[in-house]
Design a protein around this ligand. Structure first.
Ligand code: SF4
Length: 65
């Protein structure tokens, strides 16, 4: 099952490469309802999710641009 936030998750519009976005989507968003994703964990907890946060918990500063 897909992550319930997949349609509206803002980080994918930030990736210039569709292939790169799809790597994250297949690795996190389309597995385990997104349960392994650090973005989803924050969102589920009602916390603000930084735009630079990647599903694996690291930050990519270029996503802030
Ligand atoms: S990045 Fe995380 S929160 Fe966003 S759609 Fe994928 S699994 Fe869900």
């Amino acid at each position: 099952m897909d992550c319930p936030y997949l349609d509206a998750c803002p980080i994918f519009a930030k990736f210039s490469s569709e292939g790169l976005a799809n790597i994250w989507i297949s690795g996190y968003c389309k597995k385990n309802e997104g349960g392994d994703c650090e973005r989803k964990k924050l969102k589920d907890g009602g916390k603000e999710v930084p735009i630079t946060l990647l599903p694996n918990g690291t930050h990519l500063k270029s996503l802030a641009k």
